[in-house]
Design a protein around this ligand. Structure first.
Ligand SMILES: [Zn+2]
Length: 202
């Protein structure tokens, strides 16, 4: 249900199209997004999901956005959802089992690419507000854990690691990250970090 007429909805759909095009170009992956964004109020959002959200990609492949997310924070939400929409092997079943491996990768890419996205769309957004909404995000522990795993091979740009993970079917990502570590300079050290952090990705 749109809460403030179709104007906001049309505008956000148009923005989502630009964000999805940006993500497709950056990753070379094709989006499954169906072209619609549903803007809902808090009561409708509570009916849709037991877990509070600012935005979510529906299994039917539309995007649902909480009406209060239509300020500057929408850019991070749209970019995050756009990365979900190209993520390989993302099904409800694989998500239920490996959600942190999906969320940490998508969110890390969102944070990495957002400045370039905003520049390319000539958007002057309030970064401090956007960062504030990130500080309370429920998968931050998984984001930190993934960052520590990626940092074990400093010779590989974070972007390259994250995109390789995004292109790998979700259920195969934990094993791939482990194999990726084997190619680094110190696999013994990597194994210790992986053991200490991968529990945070469960
Ligand atoms: Zn997400």
């Amino acid at each position: 249900m749109a809460t403030d007429g179709s104007g906001t909805q049309d505008r956000v759909e148009d923005e989502a199209r630009q964000v999805v095009a940006f993500v497709e170009e950056m990753t070379g992956l094709r989006s499954r997004w169906n072209g619609t964004v549903r803007v809902v109020d808090a009561a409708t959002a509570a009916l849709l999901s037991p877990v509070p959200f600012l935005a979510k990609k529906e299994w039917g492949c539309g995007i649902t956005l909480l009406e209060t997310t239509t300020g500057d924070g929408r850019w991070r939400s749209l970019l995050h959802e756009a990365f979900h929409s190209v993520s390989v092997g993302l099904t409800q079943e694989s998500y239920n089992q490996f959600a942190p491996w999906e969320e940490a990768i998508v969110e890390s890419l969102q944070r990495l690419y957002r400045p370039a996205l905003l520049r390319s769309l000539s958007v002057d957004a309030d970064e401090s507000r956007i960062a504030a909404s990130e500080a309370a995000w429920r998968f931050n522990r998984a984001v930190d854990a993934l960052g520590r795993i990626a940092a074990e091979r400093p010779e590989v740009p974070a972007r390259e690691f994250l995109e390789q993970m995004l292109r790998t079917p979700l259920p195969d990502r934990p094993a791939l990250a482990f194999e990726w570590g084997r190619q680094g300079a110190s696999f013994d050290r990597f194994k210790r970090v992986y053991a200490a952090t991968s529990g945070l990705l469960r």
